[in-house]
Ligand binder design. Structure first.
Ligand code: S3P
Length: 422
């Protein structure tokens, strides 16, 4: 489809529910004892995949006017009658693999071609060390994965990457194992699981980058109000920053410090963003973000900041292309194994607009301020590349292939954007 260059963006956006929290609210409540109401659950393809899988595992999930009701199975899921299709969702397959490792059942988990290309040894290897019987293509390194769950023994793990999906898989297995499970990360990944487990009555201990829990603890269902996804808000933060004359209010955005690295980077680049109505909802910090256009300058992004903004790097690259000066992203090799190789797809997307962007093994360098020309965006099925490309297109116009892939995290993104164009 063809997207035209845009004038300023003005208005208010109620940011759709956080994807990470939506997956967890369904999975943890489905596993817990009792009944929970989830308000603000993200209605997207990834979350629908989790809901389908949990339903196949015997969890009751019903839609009501005021949210979604989850009837938990009290720690005992049912053997699914068929293969579980996790679609495009890495969070679904990795978290479920951890959860099912401790269950007395056989499950086969698969997904779309992108998900079947993504690395799974990072979960299958440690879960096997706990006693889970997991197999899959490339010796358990790629989906489809088969899991024959059973008795698990807890241990101490030091994952190679700061990954909330790996950490969560090991915590969910650890809840069902014997002894103490400890995960010591190389950097702090998002801590939504820890917060939600604590709200469900689980005792966790955190010491620096180590998190531990004792096996055998029961989860009590807990109502969740899902805040807006800062990873979705990110597209509007950058769009309003780079389109002169813009002013947006993004309401109810989750501001968990393990997720809010994009704010620190945009502030460093000179963005005009303020937080209003700061509050706490279900153990998660939330606020409204007011963003006005501003002249941005380049910056250096790397180190411990990367896990706090890993999903926002494609849209930050668009901000960097519109900024003056150079931006360097390092320590982000994990981008290579996301829904697409996001170093390659971000570089190809911005290069099509004539931006000066150069790949590195672990990131990219962008020389900002180069005059852009209308681009051609091939998202390669990656929702975040499609949305980042659409935001770059607001500056000069673009031809966007496969806009439908945005539904993985943000159905209606383009109509929300056009409603702000006055
Ligand atoms: C997620 C963790 C991150 C993130 C993904 C969602 C989660 O992945 O990129 O979009 O919900 O736990 P990693 O755990 O692989 O870093």
């Amino acid at each position: 489809m063809n997207l035209l260059a845009s004038g300023p963006l003005c208005g208010t956006v109620a940011i759709p529910g956080d994807k990470s929290l939506s997956h967890r609210a369904l999975m943890l409540n489905g596993f817990a004892s009792g009944r929970a109401r989830i308000r603000g659950l993200l209605a997207s393809e990834d979350v629908a995949a989790t809901a389908r899988c949990m339903t196949a595992l015997g969890v009751g999930i019903t839609k009501e006017d005021d949210g979604v009701i989850v009837e938990g199975r009290g720690g005992a899921l049912l053997e699914p009658p068929d293969v579980l299709d996790c679609g495009n969702s890495g969070t679904t397959i990795r978290l479920l693999t951890g959860l099912l490792s401790g269950q007395d059942l056989l499950a086969v988990l698969t997904g779309d071609p992108s998900l079947r290309r993504r690395p799974m040894a990072r979960i299958s290897r440690p879960l096997r060390e706990m006693g889970a019987r997991i197999d899959g293509r490339e010796e358990g390194g790629r989906a489809p994965l088969t899991i024959r769950g059973g008795a698990l023994v807890n241990r101490t793990f030091r994952p190679e990457h700061a990954s909330a999906q790996v950490k969560t898989a090991l915590l969910l297995a650890g809840l069902q194992g014997a002894g103490t499970q400890t995960i010591i990360e190389p950097g702090q990944s998002r801590d939504h699981t820890e917060r939600m487990l604590a709200a469900m009555g689980v005792v966790l201990r955190r010491e620096g980058l180590a998190v531990s829990l004792d096996g055998g603890q029961r989860l009590s269902a807990c109502d969740v109000d899902v805040p807006g996804d800062i990873s979705s808000a990110a597209f509007f933060l950058v769009a309003a920053s780079i389109l002169p004359g813009s002013e947006l209010r993004l309401t109810g955005v989750g501001l968990n410090p393990t997720r809010s690295g994009i704010l620190d980077v945009l502030w460093r680049m000179g963005a005009d963003i303020t937080i209003e109505e700061a509050r706490e909802v279900c153990g998660e910090p939330v606020g409204d973000l007011i963003v006005r256009s501003a002249a941005l300058c380049g910056t250096i992004i790397g180190g411990a900041e990367i896990p706090r903004l890993i999903d926002e790097l494609p849209i930050l690259a668009v901000a960097a292309a519109a900024a003056s000066g150079q931006t360097t992203v390092s320590d982000a090799a994990e981008l290579r194994v996301k829904e697409s190789d996001r170093i390659a797809t971000t570089v190809a997307m911005l290069a099509s607009f004539g931006a000066a962007i150069f790949p590195k093994p672990d990131g990219f360098v962008i020389d900002g301020g180069v005059a852009l020309q209308p681009g051609t965006v091939h998202p390669r099925g990656d929702h975040r590349i499609a949305m980042a490309g659409a935001v770059a297109g607001l500056l000069v116009g673009c031809e966007l292939a496969d806009p439908g892939c945005m539904a993985v995290s943000f159905p209606g993104f383009l109509s929300t954007l056009s409603a702000l164009q006055g």
